[in-house]
Ligand binder design. Structure first.
Ligand code: HEC
Ligand code: HEC
Length: 483
């Protein structure tokens, strides 16, 4: 760069102005942070935080009880003390966060916990917990029936083979019943409805099992047997005749067997014959999968019907809802695997040629149309989804309080009339007709959903095995046999 092009240089930089000598000098620097000042300052800061975080909220935050809030009974209170004393809280939390709802959507966690859930005096100290080694239990009321809990506390591995929960078999029968009462009481009023639904379904399914043997017959009578009908009524009709969408490959079958061993073997048995360690505790008993003819023809065993029951569970029985624990593909894989069991899928490595294709039988499809014709499909009385109460979670076949439950109505119809609706004897009695008849029946609460529903179930249906203390004592003291 030539000299002419240079930017003009400043040849004079003005000096910093000096402080005039007349100004006062700075004071001498002095250490103000003496230990005493630090201590006092620290205490002021500490008590400010305590006041803001502890004192203010506890004195000014007084939420009204949530609509769900329900005080515990004495037995449930006792169960709560057992829960705290046995360290259940180290593995189980007691509040549902927004992210749990996203994960469990309609399944395990139907609602986010709110402060009003914890205002009752019996909620102190709270059972929030912090560890989630096991599932959150704030919504455990009615999620499993009592017999599942008995088998589970006795030895969690009988019902959940991969569980890390310790066994609590040292409880007395009385302690177990208190703990179960507490578990079934969480969360409040919703839990009450769900638990009652479990009890109702149990009574109905047991009554239905006691129907005359001709009504229990399988497809050879031309129409689905009563137990199949009860099952079908509980599931979305779209699944009744559905086949498996995945290809029958060895890979899918082996994965299906893996799931069976991890999740199902404790109840359905090492041979798939339901002679399992859990059998001693469960009523109704687990299903067996060993009959080839059933896998092929029987009315309720289409792959879709199996899928639905594994996805949603069977209320009133120990059959669990695997919706949050298994992926859609894995449920279809285990369904596929079940249909190799009659050909040795459990004893040898399952291969595609062991798979039994479901065919159904012609009358089943005729029956399906009679029982639930298209025009009825649009009737809200039969639509569980539109009709189910908010926050109930994924409890199949639940309807809003006061509404007629089609499931109850149909099983009661069978038990009272000793007839299969839409069967040979009663070809015109469709589900809609039964539900309408139930709605118009004068007896209060007949087949209606409510919180005191056992009263509507005719006394002769209530089984002798009523799950009272005597029964509990008997099963609790039974030793667990290894499979
Ligand atoms: C070491 C951790 C641990 C302890 C302690 C523990 N659990 Fe569990 N619990 C689990 C795990 C893991 C599961 C999930 C697997 C299973 O179903 O067993 C579970 C499952 C459950 C379930 C079923 C939940 C569902 O949604 O299916 C209940 C109910 C339960 N536990 C109650 C209790 C009670 C009551 C106690 C105390 C007496 C207790 N647990 C102690 C780990 C624990
Ligand atoms: C806690 C015990 C238990 C566990 C675990 C369990 N089941 Fe079940 N299961 C049952 C009971 C009890 C029934 C009978 C329900 C009834 O009477 O309708 C049943 C019924 C079924 C049915 C309906 C069969 C029919 O013909 O009616 C299928 C399918 C099924 N279970 C599959 C499975 C699969 C797959 C798993 C594992 C992912 C599993 N179950 C885990 C107890 C269990």
């Amino acid at each position: 760069m030539s000299a002419e092009n240079r930017p003009p240089q400043m040849d004079y930089i003005p000096a910093e102005p000096r402080h005039p000598n007349t100004w006062a000098p700075h004071p001498r620097k002095k250490m103000v942070m003496t230990p005493l000042v630090v201590a006092i300052g620290g205490l002021i800061a500490y008590f400010t935080v305590v006041a803001m975080v502890v004192i203010l909220p506890t004195t000014t935050f007084d939420p009204p009880p949530s609509p769900n809030n329900l005080a515990l009974t004495e037995l449930e209170e006792q169960g709560r003390r057992i829960y705290l004393a046995n360290g259940c809280i180290y593995c189980h939390s007691g509040f549902t966060r927004p992210q749990d709802i996203a994960a469990g959507l309609h399944y395990l966690y139907p609602r986010i916990s709110e402060p009003g859930d914890y205002v009752a005096p019996d909620q102190s100290p709270n059972t929030f917990g912090t560890e989630r080694t096991g599932p959150d239990l704030s919504n455990s009321g009615g999620f499993h029936p009592d017999d599942w809990h008995i088998a589970h506390y006795k030895n969690p591995r009988t019902v959940t083979p991969i569980s890390v929960m310790p066994s609590f078999e040292f409880f007395s029968a009385q302690e177990a019943s208190a703990l179960i009462a507490f578990t079934q009481a969480r969360t409040g009023k919703l839990a009450q409805i769900r638990t009652q639904h479990q009890l109702n379904m149990k009574q109905l399914l047991i009554a239905e099992r006691n129907l005359s043997s001709t009504l229990q017959a399988d497809y050879k009578i031309g129409f689905p047997g009563a137990d199949n009908l009860a099952n079908l009524m509980m599931m979305d009709r779209g699944y009744w005749f559905e086949s498996n969408p995945l290809p029958v490959t060895q890979e899918n079958l082996i994965r299906g067997r893996e799931i069976y061993r991890e999740r199902c073997i404790g109840c359905h048995g090492v041979k798939g014959d339901a002679l399992s360690p859990a059998l001693a505790y469960l009523n109704p008993p687990p299903a067996a999968f060993i009959i080839a003819d059933d896998a092929k023809m029987a009315s309720d065993t289409s792959p879709g019907a199996y899928y639905w029951r594994i996805l949603r569970g069977v209320p009133g029985t120990a059959m669990e809802n695997f919706g949050t624990r298994l992926s859609v593909e894995d449920i279809w894989r285990v369904v596929m695997f079940l249909k190799t069991i009659p050909n040795g899928g459990l004893t040898k490595t399952p291969t595609p040629d062991m798979y039994i294709e479901w065919v159904g039988y012609p009358q089943l499809f005729t029956w399906g149309n009679c029982f639930y014709p298209e025009q009825e499909a649009t009737n809200p009385a039969l639509m569980y989804a539109d009709n189910s109460p908010e926050g109930i979670g994924d409890v199949a076949a639940m309807v809003a309080p006061g509404a007629v439950n089609p499931e109850y109505a149909v099983i009661l119809y069978m038990v009272e009339n000793q007839k299969i609706p839409c069967g040979a004897e009663d070809p015109n009695m469709s589900a809609l007709a039964i539900v309408n008849a139930a709605a118009n029946r004068p007896t209060e609460n007949y087949a209606r959903m409510g919180s005191s529903q056992l009263q509507f179930i005719p006394a002769n249906l209530i089984s002798s095995k009523n799950y009272g203390d005597e029964w509990l004592n008997a099963v609790w003291n039974k030793p667990v046999t290894s499979p």
